[in-house]
Design a protein around this ligand. Structure first.
Ligand SMILES: C[S@@+](CC[C@H](N)C(=O)[O-])C[C@H]1O[C@@H](n2cnc3c(N)ncnc32)[C@H](O)[C@@H]1O
Length: 372
């Protein structure tokens, strides 16, 4: 039954374990299965015959739909080639919502038309009952000048201070680039990718299930956002790595009492419905058109560290170093110390000379007495 598996990562074959989950009991299911591309997993052999792979995929997809609540969502991540088959399976049993294209840039060299994006299929178990929240991400800005990358022309007065609603093309989330964030696993997803999906489709306390846990991205994202989780993986070492990481993860990814997703101390996803509340935590220019050249900033610096890799290795060696969460603080616990609507500070642009280039930076300075 679900209680035995709830808030745990269980080693085993997902097809067998999924059978233990009752119908219509999970709020969101997310799967990132092996891609059948001969990836170097620790134990799983990632090279089935085409029809064998497809038959197997149809079985776990059918199980995912069965266990998802009528108000729930089903997400499947893979390369476009396999998603075309998955969509055909899913169209028979659930309602299509979106094909999200996750633009995960490749190295600047190589062949033309090499895969530059992954797809994430988003299906509703029943579109009429679906739980779904609109979400926003920060405006895309140029790397040096930090001005808006998009030219809104005469429509700047309509700018949202934080950023636009996300579309079905996600270009703002990178694959894990640094080894310090990567476990010994060949295809670990970034936590804020899963946090975005979780914020879009679930509420606090809801249950999120991932049948291909890997080193625990979904479970960690769920716990950081105050959700419950269930994870399965064939490989005992990946399960151990995940458990090791989860020991240190707390439900802290919030501002005040609203759940948000962070990357490198910046909010990268928030719910549209929460903006009226969250806006008081930011310095926002009185004239919204200024957002074109000024990035809004949080009134207090946030310390939410991106969890680093587990130093538990696949061959079971533990170097003794646990994850470094020392700088992680329960976010905005002291909400009272903020002064929503505090306008004693203003943002200015400061010219900085950097290797011969003049760069402008937004700085926050105290207003002088008597200044408006
Ligand atoms: C693409 S990886 C998932 C990575 C994960 N999303 C992460 O961010 O760490 C696929 C995982 O599925 C696991 N796996 C393969 N076959 C499985 C099965 N039948 N049941 C459960 N897990 C399986 C592999 O061991 C591997 O860790």
């Amino acid at each position: 039954m679900t209680e035995k598996l709830l808030n745990k990562i269980t080693q085993g074959d997902c097809l067998k374990l999924l059978k233990q989950i009752p119908d219509n009991s999970i709020d969101m299911t997310f799967a990132d299965p092996p891609f059948n591309l001969k990836k170097g997993y620790n134990s799983y052999k990632d090279s089935l015959k085409l029809q064998e792979y497809l038959n197997w995929c149809e079985q776990w997809i059918t199980e995912m739909v069965r266990i998802t609540k009528p108000s729930g969502s089903i997400f499947v991540h893979n390369i476009p080639k396999w998603l075309t088959y998955y969509a055909a399976f899913l169209n028979k049993q659930a309602d299509f919502k979106h094909w999200i294209s996750w633009d995960a840039p490749t190295a600047p060299m190589g062949k033309s038309l090499q895969p530059g994006h992954y797809g994430i299929l988003f299906y509703a178990k029943d579109v009429k009952q679906l739980k779904y929240y609109e979400i926003r991400h920060p405006h895309k800005r140029t790397r040096k000048e930090r001005i808006l990358a998009k030219d809104y022309g005469g429509k700047k007065f309509m700018l949202h201070p934080f950023g636009p609603l996300v579309s079905d093309v996600w270009t703002d989330i990178h694959r894990i680039k640094h080894n310090k964030f990567r476990d010994e696993h060949p295809c670990q997803l970034p936590i804020h990718l899963l946090e975005r999906i979780i914020l879009m489709s679930t509420d606090e306390g809801d249950i999120v299930l991932d049948p291909f846990n890997g080193t625990g991205t979904t479970a960690i994202a769920a716990r950081r956002l105050g959700r419950q989780y269930i994870g399965f993986d064939l490989d005992d070492h990946y399960v151990k790595i995940t458990k090791n990481k989860l020991e240190n993860v707390k439900p802290i990814s919030k501002i005040g009492d609203r759940w948000v997703s962070f990357y490198l101390d910046e909010v990268v996803t928030l719910r549209n419905d929460d903006w009226d509340y969250l806006k008081d935590f930011y310095y926002i220019p009185a004239n919204v058109e200024e957002v074109d050249t000024k990035q809004i900033v949080l009134k207090t610096k946030v310390k939410i560290k991106t969890p680093q890799k587990s130093l538990l290795t696949v061959n079971g060696n533990d170097t003794g170093n646990r994850l470094d969460f020392r700088n992680q603080t329960a976010l905005f616990e002291p909400t009272v110390q903020y002064r929503p609507n505090d306008n004693r500070h203003v943002q200015k642009r400061k010219a900085v000379h950097n290797k011969g280039l003049i760069k402008t930076t937004v700085i926050t300075v105290k207003k002088r007495k008597n200044s408006k």
